[in-house]
Design a protein around this ligand. Sequence first.
Ligand SMILES: [Zn+2]
Length: 384
Amino acid sequence: MDVVKTNLEDKNCPQLREVTCHVTKAKKCVVITGAGISTSGGIPDFRNKEVGLYEQVKRQFPGIFRTGKDLFDGEMLTSHEALQAFNLFMGTLKELIVSSSPTTTHYFLKKLADMKKLTRVYTQNVDNLEESAGLKVDWKLEKITKCSAQVVQLHGTMARLRCTNCTNNYPFEIHYCNIFKQGEAPWCPNCEQREDARLKQGRRPHSIGKLKPMVLLYGDEHPNGYEISQLAAYDEAKADCLIIMGTSLKIPGVKALIKNFSRAVHDRGGYVILINKSDVVRREWNGIIDYQIEGTCDDWVRMIEDELAKMDKKRHPKDNSIDGKIRVEGEGNKLESRNNEQSMPRRKKIRGNDEELSMKKLKTSKLKSTTTAKRRRPRATRNT
Ligand SMILES: [Zn+2]
């Protein structure tokens, strides 16, 4: 079936109401997000050529990178100058993240979780704004069936730094930004401590590692790739709605994830909805994505919040009710919803056997890094 394409500007479009209905009636939503959900919070889509962050680094280090994408290519980061440019980029990006705040869309995700409608968010973003909005981000992912992580960070996080030598990790504190912005990387405190002890004992020196943001580069394997693939299979066995937000569908690993979730969602009569600022759906997505809504994620969230709030009020008539209004919490992003009298069409009957699907999907193979189409060996760690 062809993708139904709509635009948020066409407010009376019946398809938009259909989508609202599907989302409000869904019980287990999986959400896949990209840079488009963070731009209004102050994080530019730095893969976008028109945004200045790449250009700034390219100007300062001419002739090293052809495109912004090269900055995230591990194979490009072999020279001292390339590493300097990478560090500058990371320092600048971290400063942007620190001064940004979660968006209306981030708080919508938290609201879905509070309403027990969220199965999980799979994000390509490294800004960690989901955690700032109150969602749980758990890197351990140890017990798939009892995983407390509400967000899976497919491409890592700028919230932590990892040593290239001993692999210890630390919070990415703001004072590290100055070091990164000078093109350097901070020394690892654990390695330094160990070295001090060795020197006092008169033993020969070892290398001291440097700290690197825990983000995935092109060609890197996700350190939790196996667990993520198991978790995704577990979630597929429950999902009855897939919402894809603010992503241009270009990363191969994410495309595969969408296709798997879409199959599972369709098996039980659910719908797959994409919200993106521009038209990104091509013919290859027919039968996989049901609706494409052109417009910003925040605008779409504002459009459906009334219906969600009505549902929430029915579930918890005494909670969250403020003068007849329902609030979706978030500093600077208070979403107020009024009762409205729209009647919503009934949702299609759900079909499919959860347990059977669960067992089948848990056998799926290891998830590749979502930043690469073909698997490459992980790069050796740098100790420079
Ligand atoms: Zn170390």
